[in-house]
Ligand binder design. Structure first.
Ligand SMILES: [Zn+2]
Length: 268
C-alpha cells in the first residue's frame, strides 16, 4: 500500500500553541495572547492506495481559510486537495473513504473536493458529539470558522479489538490493514490511523502531537482541553512503538514527509 504525503499549504501558529505554556485554563488562553509564531508548518493530508480505492486521512486546508490570532494560513488554490491529489497522479474521483482525525478547519476544509457520491466520510462518534456541543458551536461562531457544506460524517465507535498499545480500534478497510485508533487530547474525540504494513506500522497521528520532538519530550500542546488526556495518548503512542517499529507522522511536523519516504521509525 503506497502512502502519499500531500501538502495543502502551510500554517504558522503561536509557539505557545505548539508547546503549551503553564497549565489549565491559563495554558489554553495563552494562545490568544501576543507572542512569537512558529515558522511555516506543513498542512498535510495522507492518501493511501488501497485495493478498495483511495483512502484519505484528513483533507487539508483551502485558500479561503480565515486567519486567527493563533494561526496564519498560507494556502493557494493550487495547494488544495484536488490539485494535491492530481499532483501525485491520483484522481479525486477515486477516493472511496475519508477518515477525519478531528474536526478542526485545517483537517476538514478540503472535504468539498471529495465528499458526495460514493465517498464515505468517517469521524469518531466522540468527536461528532463534541462538534455538536454548545461549547464547540460557540467557538466556531466566535472564530467565524464554519463547517464545510454538507458536513455529515458517519460516526466510528472505535469499539473493536486492541491494536498494539491502543486499547480499542476499528478497521476502516476489508482485510484490516487500515485501522482507526483513539488518540484523544488535542480534541475530545481525536483519532489516529494505523497502516499495518508487513514489517512495520505507519501511524498517521493527526494533531495528537505537533511533531516527533514533542512526542519524545512528552510535551503537550497549548490547545488540548485536558493535558492528562493528551499526555496519556502520547504515552500510548510511545508504548505502541516499543511493540513494533512504527513510523509516526504528525500532520504539521516538517519532518513527516521525509520520515515516510525513508520509512524511519520513531526511536523506541
Ligand atoms: Zn491541525
Amino acid at each position: 500500500m503506497k502512502i502519499h504525503a500531500l501538502t495543502t499549504g502551510t500554517v504558522r501558529i503561536r509557539q505557545s500553541q505548539r508547546r503549551g505554556v503553564g497549565h489549565g485554563l491559563r495554558r489554553r488562553a495563552r494562545i490568544f495572547a501576543p507572542g512569537p509564531l512558529t515558522g511555516e508548518l506543513p498542512i498535510h493530508a495522507w492518501a493511501i492506495e488501497h485495493e478498495d480505492g483511495i483512502v484519505l486521512v484528513d483533507t487539508g486546508e483551502v485558500a479561503t481559510a480565515r486567519d486567527q490570532p493563533f494561526a496564519r494560513f498560507s494556502v493557494r488554490r493550487e495547494d488544495e486537495l484536488d490539485r494535491a491529489l492530481r499532483g501525485v497522479g491520483l484522481d479525486p474521483g477515486d477516493v472511496v473513504t475519508v477518515v477525519l482525525t478531528h474536526v478542526h478547519v485545517d483537517h476538514v476544509d478540503g472535504l468539498a473536493h471529495v465528499a458526495g457520491g460514493r465517498t464515505r466520510v468517517l469521524a469518531s462518534a466522540a468527536e461528532l458529539r463534541w462538534v455538536a456541543s454548545a461549547e464547540a458551536r460557540l467557538a466556531r461562531a466566535v472564530l467565524r470558522q464554519g463547517l464545510p457544506a454538507g458536513f455529515a460524517p458517519t460516526p466510528l465507535q472505535l469499539a473493536g479489538p486492541r491494536l498494539g498499545a491502543f486499547a480499542t480500534s476499528e478497521a476502516i478497510t476489508h482485510g484490516g490493514r487500515i485501522v482507526a485508533v483513539p488518540a484523544p487530547g488535542h480534541t475530545p474525540g481525536h483519532l489516529a490511523v494505523v497502516v499495518v504494513r508487513d514489517g512495520d506500522h505507519v501511524l498517521l497521528a493527526g494533531d495528537s502531537v505537533y511533531d516527533q520532538d514533542a512526542l519524545l519530550a512528552r510535551e503537550v500542546d497549548g490547545i488540548s482541553p485536558r493535558e492528562d488526556v493528551a499526555l496519556a495518548t502520547i504515552d500510548t503512542i510511545r508504548a505502541h512503538v516499543r511493540l513494533q517499529p512504527t513510523v509516526v507522522l504528525p500532520t504539521h511536523d516538517p519532518g513527516s514527509a521525509a520520515r515516510l519516504a525513508a520509512s524511519e521509525p520513531l526511536p523506541a
